[in-house]
Design a protein around this ligand. Structure first.
Ligand SMILES: O=C(O)COP(=O)(O)O
Ligand SMILES: [Mg+2]
Length: 230
């Protein structure tokens, strides 16, 4: 069944979402895991503003930024070990304080009802991504989820989004990427999909400086953008 959805004059068969800052507000659990690690290392805790600004490049970069912000930066070998410990802390309790943003389940369900394929392309590691989607009741609405360690490259490299679209069986010109930061915008541009920015996430740059086709303040506004509401 051809999809009735259209964006920027083109038919849309798939929408790929970023995870942290777009579908889920996960900063509190990522921050708890980071602060537990820092405490073990005898370092100070991060503020929530720091945590939010460190999210978006995967676990290893988050730990690297956390160490650099609280004293001496870690060397590469130490960083590998610290990242493993951070991920263990995170996975031990990944959703206790994590919430799904308003209108997310309804929007994903509405897309699926229209026959649109739904993917997730996140720099969060694959195992944690799968566990979090399951725990928050979103797994059944996502046909393919690609974490930051699923392919040899990750966002903002086009290969991460193109790999996710391969799993969905959708060419880039019939897809839209929805995310919260500059990497999501850049990966959409590099892959050739439509680009939509949510304005409530963890962007590290002024939103006006991020090049996208549209900005939305709630996820269900996407349905209007795709001509699916009402
Ligand atoms: O930094 C992370 O772990 C993930 O961030 P993302 O879901 O926004 O890609
Ligand atoms: Mg994000």
């Amino acid at each position: 069944m051809p999809s009735p959805a259209r964006f920027a004059g083109r038919p849309v068969d798939a929408v790929v979402f970023d995870l942290d800052g777009t579908l889920i507000d996960s900063a509190a659990d990522l921050g708890r895991a980071a602060n537990r690690l820092l405490d073990e290392e005898g370092r100070r805790a991060l503020s929530m503003a720091e945590v939010r600004s460190f999210i978006g490049d995967g676990a290893r970069v988050l730990v690297d930024r956390a160490m650099a912000a609280t004293g001496a930066a870690a060397g590469s070998a130490a960083l590998d070990a610290l990242t493993r410990r951070f991920i263990a802390h995170y996975e031990a309790d990944a959703t206790a304080a994590t919430t799904v943003y308003p209108s997310v389940p309804e929007t994903l369900a509405a897309l699926r009802r229209t026959g649109i394929r739904v993917g997730v392309c996140t720099n969060k590691p694959q195992a944690a991504t799968a566990a979090v989607l399951e725990a928050l009741g979103l797994a059944g609405m996502v046909e393919a989820a690609a974490g930051g360690d699923r392919f040899p490259v990750r966002k903002p490299d086009a290969g991460h989004l193109l790999g996710t679209l391969d799993l969905l069986g959708t060419p880039a010109e019939r897809a839209v990427m929805v995310g919260d930061n500059e990497h999501d915008a850049a990966v959409a541009r590099a892959a050739g999909t439509g680009a939509v920015l949510v304005t409530y996430g963890y962007a590290r740059k002024p939103l006006a400086e991020i090049d996208v086709d549209a900005r939305i303040d709630r996820l269900d506004r996407l349905l209007e953008l795709l001509g699916l509401s009402g």
